[in-house]
Ligand binder design. Structure first.
Ligand code: PLP
Length: 502
Protein backbone atom coordinates (compact mmCIF):
# COMPACT_ATOMS: atom_id res chain seq x y z
CA UNK A 1 0.00 0.00 0.00
CA UNK A 2 1.33 3.46 -0.82
CA UNK A 3 2.14 5.85 1.95
CA UNK A 4 -0.52 8.21 0.62
CA UNK A 5 -3.26 5.73 1.37
CA UNK A 6 -3.27 4.53 4.93
CA UNK A 7 -5.94 2.01 4.23
CA UNK A 8 -8.28 1.39 1.38
CA UNK A 9 -11.21 1.64 3.77
CA UNK A 10 -10.29 5.15 4.92
CA UNK A 11 -9.58 6.19 1.37
CA UNK A 12 -12.94 4.96 0.11
CA UNK A 13 -14.79 6.51 3.03
CA UNK A 14 -13.16 9.80 2.18
CA UNK A 15 -14.09 9.51 -1.50
CA UNK A 16 -17.69 8.60 -0.78
CA UNK A 17 -18.10 11.51 1.61
CA UNK A 18 -16.54 13.89 -0.87
CA UNK A 19 -18.79 12.73 -3.68
CA UNK A 20 -21.82 13.11 -1.39
CA UNK A 21 -20.78 16.72 -0.76
CA UNK A 22 -20.48 17.60 -4.43
CA UNK A 23 -23.79 16.04 -5.43
CA UNK A 24 -26.58 18.55 -5.41
CA UNK A 25 -29.31 16.24 -4.28
CA UNK A 26 -30.02 12.68 -3.31
CA UNK A 27 -31.65 12.09 -6.69
CA UNK A 28 -28.43 12.83 -8.59
CA UNK A 29 -26.30 10.78 -6.20
CA UNK A 30 -24.81 7.63 -7.71
CA UNK A 31 -25.53 4.26 -6.07
CA UNK A 32 -22.84 3.31 -3.50
CA UNK A 33 -21.58 0.33 -5.47
CA UNK A 34 -20.87 2.70 -8.44
CA UNK A 35 -19.12 5.16 -6.13
CA UNK A 36 -16.84 2.45 -4.76
CA UNK A 37 -16.14 1.13 -8.23
CA UNK A 38 -15.35 4.62 -9.48
CA UNK A 39 -13.14 5.59 -6.55
CA UNK A 40 -11.01 2.44 -6.88
CA UNK A 41 -10.84 2.81 -10.66
CA UNK A 42 -9.70 6.45 -10.44
CA UNK A 43 -7.11 5.55 -7.80
CA UNK A 44 -5.72 2.81 -10.08
CA UNK A 45 -5.61 5.09 -13.12
CA UNK A 46 -3.85 7.85 -11.18
CA UNK A 47 -1.45 5.23 -9.77
CA UNK A 48 -2.43 5.86 -6.16
CA UNK A 49 -3.09 2.15 -6.00
CA UNK A 50 -0.10 0.39 -7.58
CA UNK A 51 -0.13 -2.82 -9.60
CA UNK A 52 0.24 -5.93 -7.46
CA UNK A 53 -1.26 -4.37 -4.35
CA UNK A 54 -3.71 -6.68 -2.58
CA UNK A 55 -7.24 -5.52 -1.82
CA UNK A 56 -8.97 -6.43 1.40
CA UNK A 57 -11.57 -9.14 1.05
CA UNK A 58 -15.03 -7.89 0.10
CA UNK A 59 -16.27 -8.99 3.54
CA UNK A 60 -13.61 -6.92 5.39
CA UNK A 61 -14.08 -3.89 3.19
CA UNK A 62 -17.88 -4.07 3.56
CA UNK A 63 -17.51 -4.24 7.33
CA UNK A 64 -15.10 -1.30 7.37
CA UNK A 65 -17.43 0.80 5.24
CA UNK A 66 -20.54 -0.36 7.14
CA UNK A 67 -22.15 -1.44 3.88
CA UNK A 68 -23.68 -4.67 2.66
CA UNK A 69 -21.22 -7.14 1.22
CA UNK A 70 -23.20 -7.19 -2.07
CA UNK A 71 -22.39 -3.54 -2.60
CA UNK A 72 -18.66 -4.17 -2.41
CA UNK A 73 -18.86 -7.42 -4.37
CA UNK A 74 -20.59 -5.61 -7.23
CA UNK A 75 -17.80 -3.02 -7.41
CA UNK A 76 -15.07 -5.69 -7.30
CA UNK A 77 -16.79 -7.77 -10.00
CA UNK A 78 -17.11 -4.81 -12.29
CA UNK A 79 -13.43 -3.94 -11.83
CA UNK A 80 -12.45 -7.56 -12.43
CA UNK A 81 -14.55 -7.66 -15.61
CA UNK A 82 -12.87 -4.50 -16.91
CA UNK A 83 -9.38 -5.77 -16.16
CA UNK A 84 -8.46 -3.38 -13.32
CA UNK A 85 -8.29 -6.24 -10.78
CA UNK A 86 -7.21 -9.85 -10.97
CA UNK A 87 -7.76 -12.77 -8.66
CA UNK A 88 -5.02 -15.20 -7.75
CA UNK A 89 -6.23 -18.65 -6.73
CA UNK A 90 -6.15 -19.03 -2.94
CA UNK A 91 -4.40 -15.65 -2.46
CA UNK A 92 -7.09 -12.98 -2.99
CA UNK A 93 -7.78 -9.98 -5.22
CA UNK A 94 -4.98 -7.76 -6.55
CA UNK A 95 -4.57 -4.59 -8.60
CA UNK A 96 -3.76 -5.72 -12.16
CA UNK A 97 -0.87 -4.32 -14.11
CA UNK A 98 -2.50 -1.88 -16.51
CA UNK A 99 0.61 0.05 -17.56
CA UNK A 100 0.13 0.97 -21.22
CA UNK A 101 2.05 -1.22 -23.69
CA UNK A 102 5.14 0.48 -25.08
CA UNK A 103 4.43 2.11 -28.45
CA UNK A 104 7.03 1.68 -31.15
CA UNK A 105 8.88 4.98 -31.67
CA UNK A 106 6.76 7.37 -33.72
CA UNK A 107 6.95 11.02 -34.66
CA UNK A 108 4.52 12.92 -32.49
CA UNK A 109 1.89 15.08 -34.22
CA UNK A 110 2.73 18.71 -33.70
CA UNK A 111 -0.88 20.00 -33.71
CA UNK A 112 -2.29 20.93 -30.29
CA UNK A 113 -3.96 17.98 -28.64
CA UNK A 114 -7.30 19.65 -28.08
CA UNK A 115 -8.78 22.23 -30.42
CA UNK A 116 -12.02 23.49 -28.86
CA UNK A 117 -13.49 24.41 -32.28
CA UNK A 118 -12.60 21.00 -33.72
CA UNK A 119 -11.67 22.76 -37.00
CA UNK A 120 -7.99 21.85 -37.05
CA UNK A 121 -8.89 18.17 -36.66
CA UNK A 122 -10.88 18.17 -39.88
CA UNK A 123 -9.59 17.18 -43.30
CA UNK A 124 -9.57 19.95 -45.93
CA UNK A 125 -12.74 18.41 -47.36
CA UNK A 126 -14.35 18.15 -43.96
CA UNK A 127 -13.51 21.74 -43.07
CA UNK A 128 -14.95 23.01 -46.36
CA UNK A 129 -18.10 20.97 -45.87
CA UNK A 130 -18.67 22.38 -42.40
CA UNK A 131 -17.73 25.98 -43.26
CA UNK A 132 -19.96 26.11 -46.33
CA UNK A 133 -22.82 24.08 -44.89
CA UNK A 134 -26.14 25.05 -46.46
CA UNK A 135 -28.44 22.98 -44.29
CA UNK A 136 -31.01 24.97 -42.31
CA UNK A 137 -31.44 24.48 -38.58
CA UNK A 138 -35.19 24.97 -39.05
CA UNK A 139 -37.18 22.56 -41.19
CA UNK A 140 -40.72 23.73 -40.69
CA UNK A 141 -42.72 26.95 -40.95
CA UNK A 142 -43.23 29.94 -43.26
CA UNK A 143 -41.45 29.93 -45.77
CA UNK A 144 -39.22 26.86 -45.51
CA UNK A 145 -38.53 25.67 -49.08
CA UNK A 146 -38.83 22.05 -50.14
CA UNK A 147 -40.78 20.77 -47.15
CA UNK A 148 -44.20 19.18 -47.78
CA UNK A 149 -47.12 19.45 -45.39
CA UNK A 150 -46.45 16.37 -43.30
CA UNK A 151 -49.52 17.03 -41.14
CA UNK A 152 -51.70 15.97 -44.08
CA UNK A 153 -49.96 12.64 -44.53
CA UNK A 154 -52.45 9.72 -44.29
CA UNK A 155 -51.09 8.36 -41.00
CA UNK A 156 -53.92 5.90 -40.48
CA UNK A 157 -53.41 4.13 -43.79
CA UNK A 158 -49.65 4.02 -43.18
CA UNK A 159 -50.03 2.66 -39.69
CA UNK A 160 -52.45 -0.04 -40.89
CA UNK A 161 -49.93 -1.18 -43.48
CA UNK A 162 -47.12 -0.97 -40.98
CA UNK A 163 -49.04 -3.06 -38.44
CA UNK A 164 -49.72 -5.67 -41.07
CA UNK A 165 -45.98 -6.10 -41.58
CA UNK A 166 -45.22 -6.12 -37.85
CA UNK A 167 -47.75 -8.90 -37.37
CA UNK A 168 -46.01 -10.96 -40.03
CA UNK A 169 -42.62 -9.94 -38.64
CA UNK A 170 -40.58 -11.47 -41.44
CA UNK A 171 -36.84 -11.81 -40.88
CA UNK A 172 -36.34 -10.50 -44.40
CA UNK A 173 -37.69 -7.10 -43.32
CA UNK A 174 -35.77 -6.83 -40.07
CA UNK A 175 -32.29 -7.73 -41.17
CA UNK A 176 -29.84 -5.81 -43.38
CA UNK A 177 -31.11 -4.89 -46.83
CA UNK A 178 -29.74 -6.84 -49.72
CA UNK A 179 -28.98 -5.86 -53.28
CA UNK A 180 -30.76 -2.85 -54.68
CA UNK A 181 -33.53 -2.88 -52.08
CA UNK A 182 -36.85 -4.58 -51.36
CA UNK A 183 -37.89 -5.99 -54.72
CA UNK A 184 -41.63 -5.30 -54.55
CA UNK A 185 -40.82 -1.63 -53.90
CA UNK A 186 -38.42 -1.54 -56.83
CA UNK A 187 -41.21 -2.99 -58.98
CA UNK A 188 -43.77 -0.45 -57.71
CA UNK A 189 -41.38 2.44 -58.37
CA UNK A 190 -40.54 1.20 -61.88
CA UNK A 191 -44.25 0.85 -62.68
CA UNK A 192 -44.92 4.35 -61.39
CA UNK A 193 -41.98 5.99 -63.17
CA UNK A 194 -42.77 4.46 -66.54
CA UNK A 195 -46.26 5.96 -66.49
CA UNK A 196 -45.82 9.21 -64.54
CA UNK A 197 -42.31 10.29 -65.59
CA UNK A 198 -41.78 8.41 -68.90
CA UNK A 199 -38.68 6.78 -67.43
CA UNK A 200 -37.47 3.72 -69.37
CA UNK A 201 -36.75 1.10 -66.76
CA UNK A 202 -37.42 -2.26 -65.24
CA UNK A 203 -37.38 -3.06 -61.52
CA UNK A 204 -33.77 -4.29 -61.55
CA UNK A 205 -32.57 -0.87 -62.64
CA UNK A 206 -34.16 0.76 -59.58
CA UNK A 207 -31.73 1.04 -56.64
CA UNK A 208 -33.24 2.07 -53.30
CA UNK A 209 -31.27 4.57 -51.20
CA UNK A 210 -31.96 6.86 -48.26
CA UNK A 211 -32.61 9.79 -50.60
CA UNK A 212 -30.95 11.94 -53.22
CA UNK A 213 -27.97 12.79 -51.01
CA UNK A 214 -27.07 9.12 -50.73
CA UNK A 215 -27.92 8.43 -54.37
CA UNK A 216 -25.47 11.09 -55.51
CA UNK A 217 -22.84 9.88 -53.06
CA UNK A 218 -23.17 6.34 -54.40
CA UNK A 219 -23.09 7.38 -58.07
CA UNK A 220 -19.93 9.45 -57.77
CA UNK A 221 -18.21 6.88 -55.62
CA UNK A 222 -18.93 4.08 -58.08
CA UNK A 223 -18.35 5.99 -61.31
CA UNK A 224 -15.92 8.78 -60.42
CA UNK A 225 -12.29 9.11 -59.48
CA UNK A 226 -10.95 11.52 -56.89
CA UNK A 227 -10.27 14.84 -58.70
CA UNK A 228 -12.86 14.34 -61.48
CA UNK A 229 -15.07 17.28 -62.36
CA UNK A 230 -18.82 17.57 -62.32
CA UNK A 231 -20.76 20.33 -64.00
CA UNK A 232 -23.40 21.70 -61.71
CA UNK A 233 -26.02 24.29 -62.50
CA UNK A 234 -25.19 27.75 -61.19
CA UNK A 235 -27.13 28.35 -58.98
CA UNK A 236 -27.76 24.85 -57.66
CA UNK A 237 -28.89 22.89 -54.63
CA UNK A 238 -26.28 23.22 -51.87
CA UNK A 239 -26.52 19.48 -51.15
CA UNK A 240 -25.25 18.63 -54.63
CA UNK A 241 -22.11 20.69 -54.14
CA UNK A 242 -21.53 19.39 -50.64
CA UNK A 243 -21.83 15.72 -51.57
CA UNK A 244 -19.57 16.14 -54.62
CA UNK A 245 -16.83 18.03 -52.79
CA UNK A 246 -16.92 15.68 -49.84
CA UNK A 247 -15.89 12.78 -52.06
CA UNK A 248 -13.22 14.73 -53.95
CA UNK A 249 -15.20 15.62 -57.09
CA UNK A 250 -14.78 19.26 -58.21
CA UNK A 251 -18.03 21.03 -58.95
CA UNK A 252 -17.78 23.45 -61.91
CA UNK A 253 -20.65 25.93 -62.24
CA UNK A 254 -22.52 26.20 -65.55
CA UNK A 255 -24.86 29.20 -65.83
CA UNK A 256 -28.58 28.70 -66.38
CA UNK A 257 -30.92 30.74 -68.54
CA UNK A 258 -34.61 30.48 -69.43
CA UNK A 259 -33.96 27.10 -71.14
CA UNK A 260 -32.04 25.63 -68.22
CA UNK A 261 -28.36 24.68 -68.11
CA UNK A 262 -26.63 26.85 -70.71
CA UNK A 263 -23.52 25.03 -71.83
CA UNK A 264 -21.10 27.39 -73.55
CA UNK A 265 -18.10 26.62 -75.70
CA UNK A 266 -15.77 27.35 -72.75
CA UNK A 267 -17.40 24.48 -70.88
CA UNK A 268 -17.37 22.10 -73.82
CA UNK A 269 -13.59 22.06 -74.18
CA UNK A 270 -13.10 20.01 -71.05
CA UNK A 271 -15.66 17.25 -70.84
CA UNK A 272 -16.61 16.49 -67.24
CA UNK A 273 -17.11 13.05 -65.74
CA UNK A 274 -20.54 14.09 -64.45
CA UNK A 275 -23.23 16.57 -65.45
CA UNK A 276 -25.65 17.26 -62.58
CA UNK A 277 -28.92 18.79 -63.62
CA UNK A 278 -32.49 19.43 -62.51
CA UNK A 279 -34.14 19.54 -65.95
CA UNK A 280 -37.79 19.32 -64.88
CA UNK A 281 -37.59 22.12 -62.30
CA UNK A 282 -34.27 23.92 -62.09
CA UNK A 283 -33.27 24.27 -58.47
CA UNK A 284 -33.70 26.90 -57.19
CA UNK A 285 -34.86 29.15 -60.07
CA UNK A 286 -37.51 26.84 -61.48
CA UNK A 287 -37.10 26.85 -65.27
CA UNK A 288 -37.69 23.70 -67.34
CA UNK A 289 -34.90 22.55 -69.65
CA UNK A 290 -35.92 22.94 -73.31
CA UNK A 291 -36.02 19.93 -75.59
CA UNK A 292 -33.17 21.21 -77.75
CA UNK A 293 -30.94 21.66 -74.68
CA UNK A 294 -31.86 18.18 -73.50
CA UNK A 295 -30.89 16.67 -76.84
CA UNK A 296 -27.65 18.60 -76.98
CA UNK A 297 -26.74 17.50 -73.45
CA UNK A 298 -27.45 13.84 -74.16
CA UNK A 299 -25.48 13.91 -77.40
CA UNK A 300 -22.52 15.57 -75.71
CA UNK A 301 -22.60 13.09 -72.82
CA UNK A 302 -22.70 10.14 -75.21
CA UNK A 303 -19.81 11.49 -77.30
CA UNK A 304 -17.58 12.26 -74.31
CA UNK A 305 -18.67 9.40 -72.08
CA UNK A 306 -19.89 11.75 -69.37
CA UNK A 307 -22.59 10.64 -66.94
CA UNK A 308 -25.70 12.81 -66.71
CA UNK A 309 -27.14 12.83 -63.18
CA UNK A 310 -30.78 13.89 -63.34
CA UNK A 311 -32.20 15.15 -60.03
CA UNK A 312 -35.99 14.90 -60.32
CA UNK A 313 -36.81 15.97 -56.79
CA UNK A 314 -40.26 17.57 -56.95
CA UNK A 315 -41.77 17.53 -60.43
CA UNK A 316 -44.80 15.46 -59.34
CA UNK A 317 -46.27 18.78 -58.24
CA UNK A 318 -46.84 20.63 -61.45
CA UNK A 319 -49.73 23.07 -61.46
CA UNK A 320 -51.73 23.82 -64.56
CA UNK A 321 -50.24 21.24 -66.93
CA UNK A 322 -49.17 17.62 -66.81
CA UNK A 323 -45.70 16.91 -65.34
CA UNK A 324 -43.04 16.90 -68.06
CA UNK A 325 -41.25 13.75 -69.14
CA UNK A 326 -37.89 12.98 -67.61
CA UNK A 327 -34.57 13.51 -69.41
CA UNK A 328 -33.84 9.81 -68.84
CA UNK A 329 -36.86 8.98 -71.01
CA UNK A 330 -35.23 10.52 -74.09
CA UNK A 331 -31.77 9.01 -73.51
CA UNK A 332 -31.06 6.27 -76.03
CA UNK A 333 -27.35 5.82 -75.14
CA UNK A 334 -27.64 4.82 -71.48
CA UNK A 335 -25.78 7.87 -70.11
CA UNK A 336 -28.40 9.11 -67.60
CA UNK A 337 -28.70 8.19 -63.93
CA UNK A 338 -32.11 9.33 -62.73
CA UNK A 339 -32.55 10.20 -59.04
CA UNK A 340 -35.93 10.50 -57.31
CA UNK A 341 -37.08 10.90 -53.72
CA UNK A 342 -40.11 10.44 -51.49
CA UNK A 343 -39.03 13.45 -49.40
CA UNK A 344 -41.40 15.82 -51.21
CA UNK A 345 -44.23 13.48 -52.19
CA UNK A 346 -44.52 11.83 -48.75
CA UNK A 347 -42.29 13.14 -45.95
CA UNK A 348 -38.56 13.91 -45.68
CA UNK A 349 -38.08 11.94 -42.46
CA UNK A 350 -38.93 8.75 -44.36
CA UNK A 351 -35.45 8.94 -45.94
CA UNK A 352 -36.23 6.78 -48.95
CA UNK A 353 -35.18 7.66 -52.47
CA UNK A 354 -33.96 5.80 -55.52
CA UNK A 355 -31.71 5.83 -58.58
CA UNK A 356 -32.65 4.42 -61.95
CA UNK A 357 -29.38 3.26 -63.47
CA UNK A 358 -28.66 2.14 -67.05
CA UNK A 359 -29.22 -1.61 -67.44
CA UNK A 360 -25.48 -2.23 -67.83
CA UNK A 361 -24.85 -0.82 -64.32
CA UNK A 362 -27.76 -2.47 -62.49
CA UNK A 363 -25.80 -5.37 -60.97
CA UNK A 364 -22.80 -3.23 -59.96
CA UNK A 365 -25.02 -0.64 -58.25
CA UNK A 366 -27.05 -3.26 -56.50
CA UNK A 367 -23.86 -4.72 -55.01
CA UNK A 368 -22.39 -1.26 -54.35
CA UNK A 369 -25.36 0.06 -52.41
CA UNK A 370 -25.42 -2.85 -50.00
CA UNK A 371 -21.63 -3.01 -49.71
CA UNK A 372 -21.38 0.68 -48.74
CA UNK A 373 -24.53 1.26 -46.70
CA UNK A 374 -25.91 -2.26 -46.03
CA UNK A 375 -29.26 -1.26 -47.48
CA UNK A 376 -31.75 1.06 -45.90
CA UNK A 377 -35.01 0.76 -43.96
CA UNK A 378 -36.20 -2.53 -45.49
CA UNK A 379 -39.20 -2.60 -43.20
CA UNK A 380 -40.33 0.84 -44.34
CA UNK A 381 -39.61 -0.11 -47.92
CA UNK A 382 -42.15 -2.94 -47.56
CA UNK A 383 -44.74 -0.55 -46.13
CA UNK A 384 -44.09 1.91 -48.93
CA UNK A 385 -44.41 -0.84 -51.55
CA UNK A 386 -47.93 -1.62 -50.29
CA UNK A 387 -48.74 2.08 -50.03
CA UNK A 388 -47.90 2.45 -53.72
CA UNK A 389 -49.47 -0.81 -54.87
CA UNK A 390 -52.78 -0.05 -53.14
CA UNK A 391 -53.01 3.34 -54.87
CA UNK A 392 -52.48 5.55 -51.78
CA UNK A 393 -49.34 7.15 -53.22
CA UNK A 394 -51.10 8.33 -56.37
CA UNK A 395 -54.12 9.64 -54.46
CA UNK A 396 -51.92 11.45 -51.89
CA UNK A 397 -50.08 13.21 -54.72
CA UNK A 398 -53.41 14.18 -56.36
CA UNK A 399 -54.70 15.56 -53.06
CA UNK A 400 -51.52 17.45 -52.18
CA UNK A 401 -51.28 18.95 -55.64
CA UNK A 402 -54.57 20.74 -54.99
CA UNK A 403 -53.47 21.85 -51.52
CA UNK A 404 -50.16 23.24 -52.79
CA UNK A 405 -51.76 24.91 -55.83
CA UNK A 406 -54.02 26.85 -53.47
CA UNK A 407 -51.10 27.85 -51.23
CA UNK A 408 -49.05 28.92 -54.22
CA UNK A 409 -51.92 31.14 -55.34
CA UNK A 410 -52.24 32.67 -51.87
CA UNK A 411 -48.52 33.44 -51.78
CA UNK A 412 -48.51 34.88 -55.29
CA UNK A 413 -51.50 37.09 -54.36
CA UNK A 414 -49.74 38.30 -51.20
CA UNK A 415 -46.62 39.14 -53.25
CA UNK A 416 -48.66 40.98 -55.88
CA UNK A 417 -50.60 42.95 -53.28
CA UNK A 418 -47.40 44.09 -51.61
CA UNK A 419 -45.18 44.69 -54.62
CA UNK A 420 -47.35 44.73 -57.76
CA UNK A 421 -45.09 43.92 -60.70
CA UNK A 422 -41.95 45.44 -59.20
CA UNK A 423 -40.46 42.07 -58.19
CA UNK A 424 -40.01 39.01 -60.34
CA UNK A 425 -41.42 35.62 -59.33
CA UNK A 426 -39.83 32.56 -60.91
CA UNK A 427 -40.34 28.84 -60.66
CA UNK A 428 -43.85 29.02 -59.32
CA UNK A 429 -45.48 26.49 -61.62
CA UNK A 430 -43.88 23.36 -60.13
CA UNK A 431 -42.75 22.05 -56.76
CA UNK A 432 -43.00 23.48 -53.27
CA UNK A 433 -41.27 26.85 -53.53
CA UNK A 434 -40.92 29.92 -55.70
CA UNK A 435 -38.12 32.43 -56.03
CA UNK A 436 -38.71 36.08 -55.41
CA UNK A 437 -36.19 38.19 -57.31
CA UNK A 438 -34.77 41.31 -55.62
CA UNK A 439 -32.90 44.29 -57.09
CA UNK A 440 -29.13 43.77 -57.18
CA UNK A 441 -28.49 46.40 -54.48
CA UNK A 442 -30.50 44.40 -51.93
CA UNK A 443 -28.47 42.17 -49.65
CA UNK A 444 -30.55 39.03 -49.49
CA UNK A 445 -28.43 37.65 -46.62
CA UNK A 446 -29.29 40.67 -44.48
CA UNK A 447 -32.99 40.44 -45.36
CA UNK A 448 -32.93 36.73 -44.58
CA UNK A 449 -31.36 37.38 -41.17
CA UNK A 450 -33.86 40.10 -40.31
CA UNK A 451 -36.71 37.84 -41.42
CA UNK A 452 -35.39 35.08 -39.23
CA UNK A 453 -35.41 37.39 -36.22
CA UNK A 454 -39.07 38.05 -37.01
CA UNK A 455 -39.75 34.29 -37.09
CA UNK A 456 -39.80 33.92 -40.89
CA UNK A 457 -37.55 31.63 -42.94
CA UNK A 458 -36.53 33.24 -46.24
CA UNK A 459 -33.40 31.63 -47.64
CA UNK A 460 -31.17 34.01 -49.64
CA UNK A 461 -30.87 33.16 -53.34
CA UNK A 462 -27.24 34.27 -53.53
CA UNK A 463 -26.40 31.43 -51.13
CA UNK A 464 -26.98 28.98 -53.99
CA UNK A 465 -24.51 30.50 -56.47
CA UNK A 466 -20.94 29.33 -56.99
CA UNK A 467 -19.36 32.78 -56.86
CA UNK A 468 -20.14 36.40 -56.04
CA UNK A 469 -19.69 37.41 -59.73
CA UNK A 470 -22.62 35.40 -60.99
CA UNK A 471 -24.95 36.00 -58.10
CA UNK A 472 -28.52 37.31 -58.44
CA UNK A 473 -30.34 38.51 -55.36
CA UNK A 474 -33.59 37.03 -54.18
CA UNK A 475 -35.37 34.85 -51.64
CA UNK A 476 -36.55 31.26 -51.82
CA UNK A 477 -40.04 31.00 -50.43
CA UNK A 478 -41.52 27.60 -49.70
CA UNK A 479 -45.27 27.38 -49.25
CA UNK A 480 -45.72 23.59 -48.97
CA UNK A 481 -45.68 23.46 -45.18
CA UNK A 482 -47.48 26.75 -44.49
CA UNK A 483 -51.19 26.48 -43.62
CA UNK A 484 -53.37 28.69 -45.86
CA UNK A 485 -54.28 31.09 -43.06
CA UNK A 486 -50.62 31.79 -42.21
CA UNK A 487 -49.44 32.66 -45.69
CA UNK A 488 -50.74 36.24 -45.94
CA UNK A 489 -49.79 37.42 -42.42
CA UNK A 490 -46.33 35.83 -42.65
CA UNK A 491 -45.68 37.36 -46.04
CA UNK A 492 -46.84 40.79 -44.83
CA UNK A 493 -44.19 40.64 -42.10
CA UNK A 494 -41.55 39.64 -44.66
CA UNK A 495 -42.71 42.32 -47.12
CA UNK A 496 -42.26 45.03 -44.48
CA UNK A 497 -38.65 43.90 -44.03
CA UNK A 498 -37.99 43.73 -47.78
CA UNK A 499 -39.45 47.23 -48.31
CA UNK A 500 -36.85 48.69 -45.96
CA UNK A 501 -34.12 47.44 -48.32
CA UNK A 502 -35.61 48.04 -51.76
C1 PLP B 1 -32.80 19.88 -55.75
C2 PLP B 1 -32.88 18.97 -54.57
N1 PLP B 1 -32.34 17.75 -54.66
C3 PLP B 1 -32.38 16.91 -53.59
C4 PLP B 1 -32.96 17.27 -52.41
C5 PLP B 1 -32.92 16.33 -51.22
O1 PLP B 1 -33.46 15.10 -51.50
P1 PLP B 1 -33.44 13.93 -50.39
O2 PLP B 1 -34.29 14.38 -49.26
O3 PLP B 1 -34.00 12.77 -51.13
O4 PLP B 1 -32.01 13.70 -50.00
C6 PLP B 1 -33.54 18.50 -52.28
C7 PLP B 1 -34.16 18.91 -51.00
O5 PLP B 1 -34.66 19.97 -50.80
C8 PLP B 1 -33.51 19.38 -53.39
O6 PLP B 1 -34.04 20.59 -53.31
Amino acid sequence: MTSRIASLTDFLLMQIERSAEVRESATTRKPLNRQIYQAIREAILSQLLPAGWQLPSSRDLARGLALSRNTVTYAYEQLLAEGYLETRAGAGTFIADTTPDQLPETHPHTAPLIDPSGQSELSARGAKLVQQAGVSDLQWGAFMPGVPDVTLFPNKVWSRLQNKHWRRSQAELLTYGQGGGYHPLRTAIADYLRVARSVNCNADQVIITTGIHQSLDLIVKLLGEYGDTAWVEDPCYWGTRSVLSSVGINPVGVAVDAEGMNIRSANLREPPRFICTTPSHQYPLGMVMSLSRRRMLLEYAATHKSWVIEDDYDSEFRYGSRPLASLQGTDTQGRVLYMGTFSKTLFPGLRIGFIVVPESLATAFSTGVSELYRGSQVFLQAVLADFMREGHFASHIRRMRLVYAERLQLLQDAIKDNFGDTVEITGGDTGLHLTLGLPSHCDDFVISREARSAGIIARPLSRYYMSENTTSRGLLLGYGCVPNAHIRPAFDVLAAIIKKHI
